[in-house]
Design a protein around this ligand. Structure first.
Ligand code: G6P
Length: 609
C-alpha cells in the first residue's frame, strides 16, 4: 500500500526523495508529499492529491534540506485530497510523520486529543501520531516517538522528523515493512527495496516492534522501550537494473516478457531428474510429514487466489490429495475448521497482503501448519509461515501480476510433484513432469511470440463494454484470471463463468456487442466446450477461442478468432493458456490509453483489510 522514503546525509533530500517515491508509486498513487528539515529554517512540507510528478511540479523553488521524508498514498482513512496526504504535522508544525498501516484506536485518540483542545485538520489516523509526538514532554525524539507509540494500537511503518532535532529521522515498524539503506555518510529508509537499490544494496530489515534512528553518520536500532537491539546490515545480491523498466514502455510488458527467465529461477536446483521429483528444502517437511498430509487448502487474494485454484487442481490431480483454494480475505471470517492433517498454503507475490497474512495467523493460532509460496524474501507472510518456497520471480512492479503469477503456478507444480511422489505418482509420471517443467521456459517464449497476432484481437475486444471469459475445470481458473487481468487494466466489465453454466443464466446477456473469450484446452472436455461455443455463436456473440492446435472447432471456427497456444504436459497447460490472456488485457488497455502499470483505485500490495 502506501510508500515511505526518507533520507539524511550530505545531499539535498528533495530530489532523492522524489526519485524514491516515483519507484514506490505502484504501491499507492492517489496523493504524495514531502517534508524536509534544515537547521535553523525549520520544517517545510508540500503535499497534494495526485501523482508524484504533480508533487514535483508543485515544490517551491526553495525546498532545501538535507534531512527529509516522503510518502505516496492509497487512501484508507478519508478521501484522497491535499489535507489527507502525508506527511502529517502536529499543532505546532514542528513534527512531521509519514505512515503506512492502520492505527486501530485512531478514533479514540482523536476524541481524546480533541478534548484536550487539539484541532485535528485531516480525516486520517496518522495525524494522531504527529500530535502525540509533538505533545510528549520527553527529552529526546526517540523517547517522544516511543511515548507516542505506547498509546497507539495497530500496524505501522512510520518515519518522524522534528524541527527540534534536525540531524535525524526516527523510524518504527510494526506490521508494515521498513528497510534502512546504509550509504556512505548518508542513510536512507524506505518501505520497499525498490526505492533503495539505486543508492545502496546494504540494508537493515527492521523487525516488528523495532525502532531506529538515522543520522548522516549511521544508524542505531532499539525496541520501542528504547532498549538497544543489535541489528546488522546485510549486503544483498541484487541487480538494481531489475527495478527499472529499461527500454520497455511499461513494467507490465517487461514483466510478461521476463516470464521464461523467472520460471528458470523458480525451478533452478529444485528438480530431481533421477527420481522424477522436486526438492523444496524450505518446506522443512520430510517424506513422513508429506505423507501425513490428508488435504491441502490454498489461501490467497486476487490473482494469487486464482492461481491458487489452478494450483489446488494440480495438487489434487497429481498427488490425489483433496485440495481447494479459498479467498484469504473471506477465510478468517467464517471461523474455519483447522485440521491438523491439512497443509495450508498461503500464496502471495508481495508477502504483505494483510488478508492473506491474517489467514496465516488464524491457521497457526489454531495449530495448523501453513507454508508459503511467496516472492518477496523476508516478507511478513514468509516469516509468519512454518516454511515455504520462495518464487524468485524477481521484483514485480506493475500492479497486475504476470511473472509472479506464473512462478506461483510453477511453485504449485513443484509442491504437487513432491506430494505426489511420496504417494502413488509413478516415477515415469514424475519424470514426465520434470521434463515438462524444464521445457516450460521455451514454451512460454513461444506463447509470448503470439503477441503480434493478438494485438488486433485485443483492440477489437477493447471496444466492448462488457465481456465474458469462460472455461471448464482446469480452464475455469484460467478464465477467472483472464477476466481479472482484463478488468484491472482496461476498466471494462469482464466476468468469468464456467462454460457449462452459461446456459443457466449468462446466455441471456450474449449478443453481438458482448464478446466471449473461451478457454478450450485439448482435453476430454474439448468437444463439450465446442458445443457451448455454438450456443454463443447462435446468439451472434463474438468469440475468441484460446485453444491448442489439436482442437477441432468445427464450423464454429468460421466466425471465431482462434488463438493456438503451445502444448506442454496437460498438467502444465493452464499457465501457458494464461499468457495470451495477459497479452490481450495489456494490448486492450494500451489501445484504450489506460495507465497500465497503475490502474485506477488499485495498489500493488494491499496492507489493509
Ligand atoms: C492486490 C493486487 C492484485 C494482487 C493481490 C494479491 O489486490 O491489486 O493484483 O493479485 O493484491 O497480492 P499478493 O501480493 O498477495 O500476491
Amino acid at each position: 500500500m502506501c510508500g515511505i522514503v526518507g533520507y539524511v546525509g550530505g545531499q539535498q533530500a528533495a530530489p532523492l526523495l522524489l526519485e524514491g517515491l516515483g519507484r514506490l508509486e505502484h504501491r499507492g498513487y492517489d496523493s504524495a508529499g514531502l517534508a524536509v528539515l534544515s537547521s535553523g529554517k525549520g520544517l517545510k512540507v508540500t503535499k497534494l492529491a495526485g501523482r508524484v510528478r504533480a508533487l514535483e511540479a508543485a515544490l517551491p523553488k526553495r525546498f532545501g534540506g538535507k534531512v527529509g521524508i516522503g510518502h505516496t498514498r492509497w487512501a484508507t482513512h478519508g478521501p484522497a485530497n491535499d489535507v489527507n496526504a502525508h506527511p502529517h504535522l502536529d499543532a505546532t508544525g514542528q513534527v512531521a510523520v509519514v505512515h503506512n498501516g492502520i492505527i486501530d484506536n485512531a478514533a479514540a485518540l482523536r476524541a481524546e486529543l480533541a478534548d484536550e483542545g487539539v484541532e485535528l485538520v485531516s480525516d486520517t489516523d496518522t495525524e494522531v501520531v504527529a500530535h502525540l509526538v509533538g505533545r510528549s514532554d520527553a527529552d529526546t525524539l526517540e523517547a517522544k516517538v516511543s511515548a507516542a507509540l505506547r498509546r497507539v494500537e495497530g500496524t505501522y511503518g512510520l518515519a518522524v522528523l522534528h524541527a527540534g532535532f534536525p540531524d535525524r529521522i526516527v523510524v518504527a515498524r510494526n506490521g508494515s515493512p521498513l528497510i534502512i539503506g546504509v550509504g556512505d555518510k548518508e542513510m536512507h529508509v524506505a518501505s520497499d527495496l525498490a526505492a533503495l537499490v539505486r543508492y545502496t544494496t546494504t540494508v537493515v530489515h527492521l523487525a516488528d516492534g523495532e525502532m531506529a534512528t538515522l543520522t548522516a553518520t549511521g544508524y542505531s536500532t532499539y525496541r520501542e522501550d528504547l532498549s538497544a537491539t543489535d541489528r546488522r546490515a546485510d549486503t544483498l545480491d541484487i541487480d538494481p537494473a531489475s527495478y527499472d523498466a529499461g527500454e520497455h514502455e511499461s513494467f507490465m510488458r517487461k514483466e510478461m516478457l521476463e516470464q521464461p527467465e523467472a520460471v528458470e529461477r523458480t525451478i533452478r536446483g529444485r528438480l530431481d531428474e533421477r527420481f522424477g521429483t522436486s526438492h523444496l528444502g524450505g518446506l522443512d517437511m520430510d517424506a513422513r510429514d508429506l505423507r501425513a498430509v490428508r488435504r491441502v487448502k490454498v489461501l490467497g487474494c486476487g490473482s494469487a487466489y486464482y492461481v491458487g485454484q489452478m494450483g489446488a487442481q494440480l495438487i489434487e490431480e497429481l498427488a490425489r490429495v483433496p485440495a481447494d483454494a479459498e479467498a484469504a480475505s473471506e477465510f478468517r471470517y467464517r471461523n474455519p475448521i483447522i485440521e491438523p492433517d491439512t497443509l495450508y498454503v498461503a500464496v502471495s507475490q508481495s508477502g504483505e497482503t494483510v488478508d492473506t497474512l491474517l489467514a496465516v495467523q488464524e491457521v497457526r493460532r489454531k495449530g495448523g501448519r501453513c507454508i508459503g509460496l511467496v516472492n518477496v524474501v523476508g516478507s511478513a507472510i514468509a516469516r509468519e509461515c512454518d516454511g515455504g518456497v520462495y518464487l524468485h520471480a524477481g521484483p514485480e512492479v506493475a500492479v497486475a501480476s504476470t511473472k509472479a503469477l506464473t512462478t506461483m503456478y510453477v511453485g504449485f507444480a513443484l509442491l504437487a510433484l513432491q506430494l505426489g511422489r511420496v504417494r502413488d505418482m509413478s516415477i515415469a509420471d514424475g519424470k514426465r513432469l520434470v521434463a515438462g517443467l524444464q521445457r516450460l521456459p521455451a514454451d512460454l517464449e513461444e506463447a509470448l511470440a503470439l503477441e503480434d497476432e493478438l494485438v488486433p484481437v485485443a483492440e477489437r475486444l477493447a471496444r466492448a463494454e462488457s465481456l465474458f471469459f469462460v472455461g471448464r475445470v482446469c480452464g475455469f481458473p484460467v478464465a477467472r484470471e483472464g477476466a481479472q487481468k482484463f478488468k484491472e487494466v482496461t476498466y471494462r466489465h469482464a466476468e468469468a463463468y464456467q462454460t457449462s453454466e452459461l446456459k443457466h443464466g449468462p446466455l441471456a446477456l450474449i449478443d453481438k456487442t458482448v464478446p466471449t473469450v473461451a478457454i478450450v484446452p485439448e482435453d476430454e472436455l474439448a468437444d463439450r466446450n465446442v458445443g457451448a461455443l455454438h450456443e454463443i455463436a447462435a446468439r451472434k456473440g463474438p468469440l475468441v477461442v484460446v485453444t491448442h492446435p489439436g482442437v477441432d472447432l468445427g464450423d464454429v471456427a468460421d466466425r471465431t478468432i482462434r488463438i493456438d497456444v503451445p502444448r506442454n504436459e496437460p498438467e502444465l497447460d493452464p499457465i501457458l493458456l494464461t499468457v495470451p490472456l495477459q497479452l490481450l488485457a495489456y494490448h486492450a488497455a494500451r489501445h484504450l490509453e489506460r495507465d497500465i502499470d497503475k490502474p485506477r483505485n488499485l495498489a500493488k500490495s494491499v496492507t489493509v483489510e
